[in-house]
Structure formats: C-alpha cells, structure tokens
Design a protein around this ligand. Structure first.
Ligand SMILES: [Fe+2]
Length: 169
C-alpha cells in the first residue's frame, strides 16, 4: 500500500524517534547527576514516549506492507552547559521532528497516499503539544534556574509526571 519512498521516510522517522529517546535519556542522566531527580524523571518519561512513537510507526509500516529496515541510531550529546541549555535543545529538537513529520506528510500528499496522511495526523497533533510544552518549560526553567527554592519546586512539579502508554494510542 505504501511506495518505497514513503516506506523509506517512515523507516528514517522510526530511527529519528529512537534517536530522540536516546537524546532525552542523555538529558535525563545529566539531571540525575545534578540530583534534580524530578526533572530527570520528566526526560525519562519523554524518552519512553519517543520509543512508543517509533513503535507506532513500526506497526503502521507493518500494517501497510512496507519493508521495515531498522537503522543505526546516532550517539546523542552527553555534555550540556546548563539546565536552560537542555530545555532549549529539547525544544529545538521537537521543532526538527515536526519538520521531519511534515516532510513525510508532504510526500504522502504528493502521492495521494491518504492512509499515511491520516496516520500521521496523530503525530502532527502530538507535535503541536510537544512544542507548546517544551516552549513553556524553556520559559519556566529560565524563571527558576537562578533561584534554588524555585528550582526545588520546579523539580518537584516534574517529578509528578508519569508515563501513560494509553495516551500514546
Ligand atoms: Fe516523537
């Protein structure tokens, strides 16, 4: 049902989602090393969500008879300048992912591949939410990063986030 071109783009997107998972895991590790376990938890959950996104694409490609080719996941950065730096990079990364998904939608549109455009609608909505929350957290971390007690509360807030596989369906 999908052309080789669309299958290739989705295969690449699977790797990108897995890379995002690794990237967020690396960010999580940075916060853990600073004893900011709540923020570390936030990125850990974020990482798990990315793996679900990859799974979702894997299943779709399977359903439409596309050939699945698992790619190589690049090593994510390990060094970060600051908490602000990480939140800014997370936002930047979400924007890259959005562009990449838009590109698949554009190609699917060109081919009148309505199944793929319909499937990707969920991801488009997801990216709107991801960018909005990433942008909000950039603002928040800038407000609190120089104030230990505010940072403590922010860390407590992010400790509340739990991974909900049902939300990824
Ligand atoms: Fe994702």
């Amino acid at each position: 049902m999908v052309t080789d071109k669309i299958a290739k783009l989705i295969n690449e997107q699977i790797t990108k989602e897995q890379y995002a998972a690794q990237y967020y895991l690396s960010m999580s590790a940075w916060f853990s090393s600073k004893d900011l376990d709540g923020i570390a938890n936030y990125f850990r959950v974020q990482s798990k969500e990315e793996l679900m996104h990859a799974d979702k694409m894997f299943d779709y490609l399977n359903d439409v008879g596309g050939e699945i080719v698992i790619g190589e996941i690049p090593k994510p950065p390990h060094e970060f300048e600051s908490a602000i730096d990480i939140f800014e990079k997370a936002l930047e990364h979400e924007k890259i992912v959005t562009k990449s998904i838009f590109n698949i939608v554009k190609n699917a549109n060109d081919e009148s591949d309505f199944a793929t455009t319909s499937f990707l609608q969920w991801f488009i909505n997801e990216q709107v939410e991801e960018e909005a929350s990433a942008s909000q957290y950039v603002t928040k971390i800038k407000m609190v990063s120089d104030n230990p007690s505010a940072l403590y509360l922010f860390d407590q807030e992010l400790a509340q986030r739990v991974f909900d596989p049902a939300a990824e369906n």
